[in-house]
Design a protein around this ligand. Structure first.
Ligand SMILES: NC(=O)c1ccc[n+]([C@@H]2O[C@H](COP(=O)([O-])OP(=O)(O)OC[C@H]3O[C@@H](n4cnc5c(N)ncnc54)[C@H](OP(=O)(O)O)[C@@H]3O)[C@@H](O)[C@H]2O)c1
Length: 270
């Protein structure tokens, strides 16, 4: 399905909506962008940054791609305010956490819904977005959604919606979990005597370099550990300590708890 000359309507130009608009502009896709926003502060900021005047309400067009980037708790009021059939000729891509495909299909009266979960590095085009198309969404429409979400980073598409809760834990929460580990690295470096800037740079570069080495070379994490762990050397002292104290299992359990909470919140929202 062609993206050329499509109208993309971003509804809600907060953190995530802004990141998508910035990505669409940066990648210079051949699309027109409309924005629907209700916060006066946001309207001013978006106008200054992108030179686009947001509209207060959605005015349906033909073959629109509508990106729903409002807060999940604002969805009910938003959908109730739309005229009937407003989304009949659109593809809806939602970034709202915890709002199921079925809930959107019912409230918006359309079956062309793609549910996605992006994350905060989207702000710098390094996002990770997991997409799940509704059953009636075609392959072409799914590719279109992937193309749009790839303006803020990488994408993975799944057909089983239950995986969105696990993606919420790993990809949505992942930046916080990794930042938590980064905090320990920075504390260690500062206690050792590095200044804060040096500690931040060293930690960030280790994270970035490790991620690029792992994904770029296809090496698995165990192999990467073995590569640095000379027997009797320095690194194995740290790895042995983490292994003996169950750090791996603790990290997996944190992700499990996070995914379970996502499932719970999804049930409350139904
Ligand atoms: N930020 C993330 O890292 C992240 C990650 C994954 C998923 N998400 C999802 O992305 C969505 C947006 O998150 P965010 O962090 O970008 O939120 P946000 O910064 O609060 O932005 C949402 C914007 O939508 C506006 N809005 C609310 N109802 C509206 C309506 N009916 N019409 C037009 N605009 C409306 C809000 O205005 P008011 O402030 O006046 O209400 C606000 O400016 C959420 O559903 C969240 O679950 C976010």
């Amino acid at each position: 399905m062609e993206i050329s000359a499509r109208r993309i309507v971003v509804i809600g130009a907060g953190h995530m909506g802004r990141a998508i608009i910035a990505g669409l502009r940066e990648k210079a896709l051949d699309v027109s962008i409309d924005i629907v926003e209700k916060s006066q502060d946001r309207i001013r900021l978006i106008g200054d940054e992108f030179g686009i005047e947001p509209r207060p309400t959605y005015e349906p067009g033909q073959d629109d791609v509508v990106i729903l980037a409002i807060q999940p708790q604002a969805f009910e009021e938003f959908s109730a305010a739309q005229p009937s059939g407003a989304f009949a000729r659109s593809l809806v891509i939602s970034v709202m956490a915890g709002v199921s495909i079925a809930a959107m299909e019912n409230a918006l009266n359309t079956v062309r819904v793609v549910r996605t979960i992006p994350n905060t590095p989207s702000e710098i085009s390094q996002g990770m977005t997991v997409l799940c198309p509704g059953k009636a969404v075609t392959g072409g429409e799914t590719s279109l959604a992937e193309q749009i979400m790839s303006v803020i980073g990488r994408t993975v598409t799944v057909r089983n919606e239950a995986l969105i809760d696990d993606a919420t834990a790993l990809c949505g929460g992942g930046p916080a979990f990794v930042a938590y580990i980064a905090g320990a690295f920075i504390d260690f470096a500062m206690k050792a005597g590095f200044d804060p800037d040096q500690a931040r740079l060293m930690t960030a570069q280790v994270l970035r370099g490790t991620a690029d080495l792992m994904y770029g070379t296809g090496r698995d994490p165990e192999e990467m550990c073995r590569q640095v762990m000379t027997p009797g050397g320095t690194t194995e002292q740290g790895i042995f300590h983490y292994r003996d104290n169950g750090l791996h299992d603790l990290l997996v359990e944190g992700l499990n708890r996070s995914a379970n909470r996502s499932r719970e919140l999804g049930r409350i929202g139904r």
